[in-house]
Structures are given as structure tokens and as C-alpha cells.
Design a protein around this ligand. Structure first.
Ligand SMILES: Nc1ncnc2c1ncn2[C@@H]1O[C@H](COP(=O)(O)OP(=O)(O)OP(=O)(O)O)[C@@H](O)[C@H]1O
Length: 272
């Protein structure tokens, strides 16, 4: 896949080495061939989404790139080096990212900095800045139980950002939120990613969300998942929801839907 254009667009680094390079990656769980083989390149500062039917292997791919599981076959390079274990600058955000219930919002965000040995004053200052960025200003001293699900997910996002990530791996991060909060969070994420310029691998079931956020959308076929289409999203940035009405956005959504429709139908029938 040609990611040169996106790699050059990236602001996080002067080098054009992609942040992620995956070659021939496969996963098997006993007799279950869960994934691949897949190849994938993510440029620096590039936002890539993966959509595909339930159970096709999307989370498996993300977990392999996050070093949460080893692939059965293939190679993964992050930031130009073979992946040997979890990386400090890879931030992972899940649907139900855990917050620490006994810590306030600001102390939850400061936690990753604390683990890295950053001094108390510096980490609190940085955490307050991030809390502000994700729109939780005024809630610094609240505890997770006093927040809505959407607000807790913002805490998780701020904590991920506190790690100064060059790569964010997000697995349905807004999947548990209501539609309205989800839309607001997607715009928030856009703003954050456009500010820090890191690479993103984003897994979603929402074609609309994928088109709104991404430079490219990869469509995965049913299990064992391989990429069956790559849809570039040629829309200017910064973006907001209004861009979804543009012809380039509707064309991209229709193309993606046409690709996954058959896959999803077959996958659904085989689950029955
Ligand atoms: N640890 C495991 N042991 C056995 N099978 C697994 C394991 N993890 C995943 N699988 C199987 O591998 C396949 C791919 O799973 P994965 O979670 O990656 O799919 P997905 O595309 O993320 O699904 P969804 O969209 O429903 O979240 C599924 O059939 C799943 O049941």
C-alpha cells in the first residue's frame, strides 16, 4: 500500500519511516484461523480505520500491533524496529477503558506520568492541561463514579495522551456511548489527533465514524480477516461532522458499505 503521501503529511516526525509496518501477519487460536495474512502500513500522523464484520479479526490485529498478543506468523515493526514487547509511546484505548475509582480525574490522568517517574508538580500541571483539552475542565477533582460514561472515556483519552504517544490503537473506543456523545467524542478525538499528530489505528463498526476520522479506511473481509478494500478519504482537515454531507464522504461511505454488506451477511448467517 502506498502511504507515502500520508507519511509526508505527518507532523510528528521528519522521518518518513512508517510508524507501523505489518507484513504477512496471521493469528490462529487452536483450530480457529482468526486473522490474515494481512499487510498494513500506517504513516506518521496518518489516521487509518479498520471496519469489517463481527469476529473477522480486527481486535486481534490491534492487539498484535499493541504487543498484547504474539502473531502465529509474520512481522510487525513499530517506529522502524521489530516489535518485541509493549512500547511506552503506544497508547491503547478500549471500549471500556478502566479508570481508577479511588483517584480523582486529574490523578487518573497523571497516573501514567507517575509510573514513568515524572515529578509531582510537572505531572499535575501536564494532567490539568490534558483534562482541559478533552473538555473536562472543572471536573479535575471529581471521582470516576461521579462522571458519565462519556466523561470517563474522556479521562481514558487524556490518560492515553499523557504518554506522549506516537501511535494510538483504539478499539471501538466510543462503542458503549450514546450516539450524541459518540459524535462529540469523535470530533474531540479529531482535534486531539490533529494537534499531536500521532498515527492512529482505529477500529469501529460505524462506517460514518470511519469516514469522518480517517485518511484511509481498510475493509476487512469475514474471518480469517484479510483486507478486501482500501478506501482513501479525500476530505480536507480540520474536519467536523458537516463534512459527512460532502460528495467525497458519501461516495466513500457507499463504497465501504457495498464491500462489507456481503461479508457481514455471510458472517451473520454462519453465526446462526
Ligand atoms: N483468545 C482467543 N481464543 C480463541 N478464539 C479467539 C480468541 N480471541 C479471538 N478469538 C476468535 O478469533 C476471531 C477474531 O476475533 P476478534 O475479536 O479479533 O474479531 P473482531 O473483528 O474484533 O470482532 P468484533 O467486531 O465482534 O469485536 C473470532 O472468531 C474470535 O472468536
Amino acid at each position: 500500500m502506498n502511504t507515502q503521501t500520508q507519511a509526508q503529511r505527518g507532523t510528528a516526525s521528519t522521518t518518513t519511516t512508517p510508524i507501523v509496518r505489518v507484513e504477512g501477519v496471521e493469528q490462529h487460536f487452536g483450530p480457529v484461523h482468526a486473522l490474515g495474512p494481512v499487510d498494513l502500513t500506517i504513516g506518521r500522523g496518518e489516521f487509518v480505520s479498520v471496519v469489517g464484520p463481527s469476529g473477522c479479526g480486527k481486535s486481534t490485529l490491534l492487539e498484535i500491533i499493541g504487543a498484547l498478543q504474539d502473531p502465529a506468523r509474520g512481522r510487525v515493526e513499530v517506529d522502524g524496529a521489530p516489535l518485541t514487547g509493549p512500547r511506552r509511546r503506544t497508547a491503547i484505548v478500549f471500549q471500556e477503558s478502566a479508570t481508577l475509582p479511588w483517584r480523582t480525574v486529574v490523578d487518573n490522568v497523571a497516573f501514567a506520568l507517575e509510573v514513568r517517574g515524572v515529578g509531582r508538580k510537572e505531572r499535575r500541571d501536564r494532567a490539568r492541561e490534558l483534562v482541559e483539552i478533552v473538555g473536562l475542565g472543572g471536573f479535575e477533582n471529581h471521582y470516576p463514579a461521579q462522571l458519565s460514561g462519556g466523561m470517563r472515556q474522556r479521562v481514558a483519552m487524556a490518560r492515553a495522551m499523557s504518554m506522549d504517544p506516537d501511535l494510538i490503537l483504539a478499539d471501538e473506543p466510543f462503542g458503549a456511548l450514546d450516539e450524541q456523545t459518540r459524535m462529540l467524542m469523535a470530533e474531540e478525538l479529531l482535534r486531539v489527533v490533529e494537534t499531536i499528530g500521532c498515527g492512529v489505528l482505529f477500529i469501529t463498526h460505524s462506517i460514518q465514524e470511519a469516514v469522518l476520522l480517517s485518511d484511509r479506511v481498510l475493509v476487512m473481509g469475514r474471518r480469517p480477516g484479510t483486507f478486501i478494500d482500501e478506501v482513501p478519504v479525500d476530505l480536507p482537515r480540520p474536519r467536523a461532522h458537516a463534512v459527512l454531507a460532502e460528495p467525497a464522504a458519501t461516495a466513500a461511505q457507499e463504497r465501504i458499505w457495498a464491500q462489507i454488506r456481503t461479508e457481514a451477511e455471510v458472517a451473520m448467517r454462519s453465526e446462526r
